[in-house]
Design a protein around this ligand. Structure first.
Ligand code: ADP
Ligand code: ADP
Length: 213
């Protein structure tokens, strides 16, 4: 049970890159998507997470680690996970190492999507997401071909409640404080592959595929 981690600030393009890696046999796991699914189902976990997510704050480590643990326990030993938005704190990173070890697995690579704050603000402000399947678009850089909805299922596109300017600023601050230290954690282990995420979607995807090749 091995894993690749996509690391990088909110809006750097982790989900967008993940879409092409799924075709290479990776199982895409986005903790943000898992949490939004709990919100949609109106579970207790989802309702508590929503309050934090809407403010751009992290959901507690034990909640997120618990979700990942159950997912691993119910997965095949040959699974190749692609983690997107996890780990986000030092504790989560250590717990992930422990969990993988308990399944005789490890992290093979960590791809770091590097992107300056001004690019992120523009990307997140223009992000649109399908209300049903979660497909991600951008009003300028990756618009839906249908004018009235999602290209996959025709459902309405929305702006995520946390993609407004004030919350974006808060998320960038939380990233710098809690997640950026993971760059040295993984650099020390020789796992980091930096990629310039300011390039076009196609160029970033190719660069990531090359690093993982
Ligand atoms: P982004 O587009 O910022 O990368 P995500 O969809 O990954 O957004 O996450 C949205 C929100 O969900 C985060 O701002 C945070 O509140 C919560 N979240 C997602 N993953 C984690 C995690 N690993 N630890 C704590 N909170 C998380
Ligand atoms: P993350 O998962 O890191 O939060 P997303 O994959 O959701 O990021 O991308 C954030 C927004 O930026 C989306 O609207 C997406 O369409 C757009 N986007 C992603 N990668 C690029 C890129 N290389 N160039 C321009 N826009 C991009």
């Amino acid at each position: 049970m091995n894993a690749v981690v996509l690391l990088g600030p909110p809006g750097a393009g982790k989900g967008t890159v993940a879409e092409v890696l799924v075709d290479k046999g990776y199982r895409h796991v986005s903790t943000g998507d898992l949490l939004r699914e709990q919100i949609r189902l109106q579970t207790k976990l989802g309702l508590e997470a929503k309050k934090l997510m809407d403010q751009g704050q992290f959901v507690p480590d034990e909640v997120v680690v618990g979700m990942i643990r159950s997912l691993m326990e119910s997965s095949d030993m040959s699974a190749k996970f692609l983690f997107d938005g996890f780990p986000r704190t030092q504790i989560q990173a250590e717990k992930l190492d422990e969990l993988l070890q308990s399944f005789s697995g490890k992290i093979d690579d960590v791809v770091l999507l590097e992107c300056p704050d001004e690019v992120i603000v523009e990307r997140l402000s223009g992000r649109r997401t399908c209300t049903k399947c979660g497909a991600v678009y951008h009003i300028k850089y990756n618009p839906a071909e249908r004018r009235d909805g999602c290209d996959m299922d025709g459902c309405e596109l929305m702006q995520r409640p946390d993609d407004n300017e004030a919350t974006i600023k808060n998320r960038l601050h939380v990233y710098a404080e809690q997640t950026a230290p993971l760059i040295s954690y993984y650099t020390e282990q020789g796992l980091i592959h930096p990629v310039d995420a300011t390039m076009s979607i196609g160029e970033v995807r190719s660069a990531v595929l090359e690093k993982l090749g």
